[in-house]
Design a protein around this ligand. Structure first.
Ligand code: GTP
Ligand code: MG
Length: 201
């Protein structure tokens, strides 16, 4: 999808802030600092519609963006990241409630992209998140898309082994992991194509 128009629709901490209209949604999850907000900017063809952080924990709310292309509109949902040290127990609980409140009963949700840092194998928290997603998607719920972020940081030899390691850990075919770099501006067409598999209905 070529995005002609993008805007921030809503910043939510619970269901009362979720947009009501029935547009298909794609959400982005992954550990803090993995590159979710940078990816959302790049996917929206925008420089800084989503705020990017130097230190982890920049996005603490559920941010809804609307993307308009020639074939229609979809929403991209930037979820708060998990797994950085500076949060208290109560914040962690709050994070869980926020994410659960979104994943449960969100009819519009067509797919979730799980972002994994391409420089290392999925962490324990990534694996827990993946299991959680598989649980919440139920029998005919949303799809799951795996994205290997910051691919620009790998050398030529590391690239194939990174995809292999992530695919192996998630029990996906290698073709099921999309190498992505917001910095080198690669992977956008492939990720939009994967998204459109779930939104084009
Ligand atoms: N080299 C490189 N750095 C990246 C890439 N994407 C993001 N970064 C950097 O990684 C850091 C975190 O990026 P964000 O997009 O804010 O990450 P996030 O997942 O939204 O983080 P939280 O909001 O804290 O959950 C920033 O310093 C980015 O510039 C990439 O593709 N390549
Ligand atoms: Mg962010």
């Amino acid at each position: 999808m070529i995005v002609n128009n993008a805007r921030l629709l809503s910043v939510a901490v619970n269901a009362s802030g979720f947009p009501a209209e029935d547009l298909p949604e794609i959400a982005f999850t992954g550990r803090s600092n993995v590159g979710k907000s940078s990816l959302v900017n790049f996917m929206l063809y925008r420089k800084s519609i989503a705020r990017v952080g130097k230190s982890p924990g920049k996005t603490r709310t559920i941010n809804f963006y609307e993307a308009e292309g020639a074939e229609g509109a979809v929403r991209l949902v930037d979820l708060p990241g998990y797994g950085f040290a500076a949060v208290s127990k109560s914040e962690t609980r709050n994070w869980g409630k926020m994410i659960e409140g979104y994943l449960k009963n969100r009819r519009q949700l067509r797919a979730i992209a799980l972002l994994i840092d391409s420089r290392r194998p999925p962490t324990e928290l990534d694996m827990t998140m993946y299991e959680w997603l598989n649980f919440y998607k139920g029998k005919e719920g949303f799809g799951i898309i795996a994205v290997a972020t910051k691919f620009d940081k790998l050398n030529a030899a590391e690239k194939p082994s990174s995809v292999k390691a992530i695919a192996g850990a998630l029990a996906l075919p290698e073709s099921g992991v999309i190498p992505f770099s917001s910095q080198a501006r690669t992977g956008r067409a492939e990720l939009w194509a994967a998204i459109e598999n779930f939104t084009a209905r």
